[in-house]
Design a protein around this ligand. Structure first.
Ligand code: NAD
Length: 428
């Protein structure tokens, strides 16, 4: 196996061709391996085999056309086609159920597919973010299904992914990586494999440590954003601008306060803290509270909007509200767990009309001007570049009432003639 990895003749199957799996398959194929992508969505398989990516990511189209054209990467939905390969890399989604418990059904189904296909000696890698102890549990599942002994008859590793959408191909190469093996030999083998394209540092540990490391990283960010959001609440109480206060506090050599805002979205940050604490079955107050604070931020934006409406004596049910931004972060089309959507859900039914505009996602209106024409209030929910240089004097001329709520600290100076409120900025 080691030799096959070194001379790149090991055949690799990537299970799940989404935001993580497709770029990973492309990287291994570009490094010279023969790669088969196994994906349950037929339309995704067809698209990939015709050289077209189904996700938006810089460089992906040229890279995909290259490896599909050279025959190094092909996709399939047929489990027969992935039998007896050396390496299986699982990149399926690990979302939450409605009650915030982990939904591991995609992972379990992928592991079962692998168990039916693999051979003695195969290396199985889980790249998906999973609750602690899951890799060991999945190794047991494979043992039960195959009769193979983990660590002896097959290798198994958790190799978490740390890339950020929009920078995936750079970060796949230059980020440091962690390989958590169920045995040291498993970790060593996976490290050798990924060294075929990874130029960042690599570290080896056991699978439970690597699962916890990945989850701690995102929990660290979530809790720190919650702290910044709590500071924003306090700033409203004291009538100060939290962004000025944070900038000054961050001049301290050992302080780096995060950025408050209308909420935390995306596929990972809102779910990973839940995955971290779930197997412990105990109440971890700080982590849970941070989630609650961040989930509550769209409601603070709603309160700011309703306070502003009060100052102009406009009943909410008569107000036309334009929301700028639907994606969860600036210059992206990703709307997964977007706080903009949570904000819209919170005001819908209470206000007269909700309009939306997002340059990457679409919306009910095709431009800022169209969305603001005759509107009473505008709420900025995403920090897209386009929203940073808007001419508020001109746009104010289109509006029926001039209320501006900034949920993302996009507007530096409150524009003249507007009732302005921002998260963490001045009195409530
Ligand atoms: N997206 C990110 O930025 C990011 C970053 C770091 C880690 N992660 C983690 O990586 C994992 C994958 O995330 P993603 O964003 O790529 O998800 P995704 O939803 O974009 O992709 C998952 C793909 O797997 C397919 N799939 C599901 N079950 C399958 C099965 N049994 N067999 C074959 N295919 C199957 C789905 O159809 C889908 O195309 C998650 O655990 C996530 O937490 C994601």
């Amino acid at each position: 196996m080691e030799e096959k990895i070194e001379n790149r003749t090991a055949e690799i199957v990537v299970i799940g061709l989404g935001y993580i799996g497709l770029p990973t398959a492309i990287m291994f194929a570009t490094a010279g391996f023969n790669v088969i992508g196994y994906e349950i969505r037929r339309e995704v398989v067809d698209k990939i085999n015709s050289g077209e990516a189904h996700i938006v990511e810089p460089e992906i189209d040229e890279l995909l056309q290259g490896v599909v054209g050279s025959g190094k990467l092909r996709a399939t939905s047929d489990p027969e086609e992935i039998k007896d390969r050396e390496v299986y890399i699982i990149c399926v989604q690990t979302p939450l159920n409605g009650d915030k418990t982990p939904n591991l059904s995609y992972l379990e189904s992928a592991v079962k597919t692998v168990a039916k296909a693999m051979r003695k000696g195969s290396l199985v890698v889980i790249e998906s973010t999973v609750p602690p102890l899951t890799t060991v549990r999945m190794a047991k599942l494979i043992e039960e299904m195959t009769g193979f002994k983990a660590g002896e008859d097959f290798h198994m590793v958790h190799a978490p992914e740390r890339v950020m959408p929009g920078r995936i191909f750079k970060e796949l190469v230059y980020n440091s990586r962690i390989f958590g093996g169920i045995t040291p030999e498993s970790a060593e083998l996976a490290e050798k494999l990924y060294r075929s394209f990874v130029k960042g540092q690599t570290f080896k540990t056991n699978s439970t440590v690597s699962e916890v490391v990945k989850l701690m990283e995102n929990t660290f960010r979530d809790v720190n954003i919650a702290l910044a959001n709590e500071f924003a609440y306090l700033a409203h109480q004291y009538g100060i601008d939290v962004f000025e206060a944070i900038e000054l506090a961050n001049t301290h050599p050992r302080v780096r306060i995060h950025t408050p805002g209308i909420g935390v979205g995306g596929h990972c940050l809102p779910k990973d803290p839940h995955l971290l604490v779930w197997p412990a079955r105990e109440d971890f107050g700080l982590i849970r509270l941070a989630r609650e604070i961040n989930d509550g931020m769209p409601l603070l934006a709603k309160d700011l909007l309703f306070e502003a409406l009060k100052t102009v004596n406009l009943p909410p049910e008569k107000a036309v509200v334009a929301v700028l931004g639907l994606a969860y972060k600036g210059d992206s089309d990703d709307t997964r767990n977007s706080p903009a959507k949570a904000f819209i859900e919170a005001i819908e039914g209470d206000v007269g009309e909700v309009r939306t505009y997002d340059p990457f996602v679409g919306g009910t209106h095709g431009s800022v001007e169209e969305a603001l024409n005759g509107a009473d209030a505008v709420v900025i929910a995403t920090d897209h570049s386009e929203f940073k240089s808007l001419d508020w004097e001109r746009l104010g001329g289109l509006m029926r009432t001039r209320i501006l709520i900034d949920g993302r600290h996009v507007v530096e100076e409150p524009p003249e003639g507007f009732v302005f409120k921002g998260i963490g900025r001045g009195e409530y």
